[in-house]
Design a protein around this ligand. Sequence first.
Ligand code: PHE
Length: 343
Amino acid sequence: MIKIHMELKKLEITARKDIKSAKNLKDLDDIFKKYLGKKGELTLILRSLKNLPIKERKTQGKIANQIKKDLELIIQEQKHKLQASSFKIQDTGFDITVPGKKQDLGHLHPLTLVRRKVEEIFQSMGFSVVEGPEVESEWYNFDALNIPKEHPARDLWDTFYLKQKKLLLRTHTSPVQIRYMEKNQPPLRIIVPGRVFRHEATDAGHEVNFYHIEGLMIDKKGKVSVANFKAIIGEFFKRFFEKEIKIRLRPSYFPFTEPSFEIDINCVNCLGKGCSVCAQTGWVETLGAGMVHPNVLKAVGLNPKFWQGFAFGVGMDRLAIMKYKIQDIRLFYGGDLRFLQQF
Ligand code: PHE
């Protein structure tokens, strides 16, 4: 018993010395192996304890384990010391102890804040977020959406055409409905946030470039109705504006939905009393929607006898304008820090 005790003491003293005199990480690693590695001196002693009578094993084991812990700790300390000094030696021109310059923290653009919020709300209701290309073909932007060539409805979406292959900048996110349904079988629920373009004169309410969020929900005939749409969109507005919002549906026209409607919400600014934001009407038009037109379902090979659903399109800029009470859509794209830093 005395013998092991002495051996341990001796080992501890030499190990401590060795560790303190290690000049680099390689030395230190060798020292670790020498004492604590698989065949290290201390490891062997620890292993041999099992041959001792139980009482002795306990007392010696306690001492040996304590030594092991101590050695591990001072090896760690020595390691940190060596690492810190190797920095100083290598990078002579760089003093790691000088406090750094503070980085200016960026922040999110209001439209990004809105997009994230919308995504979060719809995701919680089981919708997936999907994206599509900004440069589209006439087929996806118009034909597949039941807007044939020469149809006057195309004028609603005047846009920028590219010279090649009848490509254009998409005027809405609706083409992604088609792209998604071509590849995925219903039942399905998606929203599509994205940038869209229109050939328009700009003013406080219009830009040539802005953002839409498309929504699409398709299920077996009889399972998704206008009532479902109204409930979902009502829930969305309530959570987006964080207050009770009245909505109303007005009949409208879109080639890709039938019936179609326009959704107005109670003006968030005056809560329906009438103000300049809502042109004294108390209502603000926010969303186009309807039940997906049978021709659109046919265009992607779905039989309208078995499937039905709703679609909607909402202007992200308009949501942001209402949420943050912004006067002019052009502010979103001007890059003026006095505006952007308010978010
Ligand atoms: N795409 C339409 C627009 O550009 C909005 C919409 C989407 C309407 C889906 C009905 C259904 O205004």
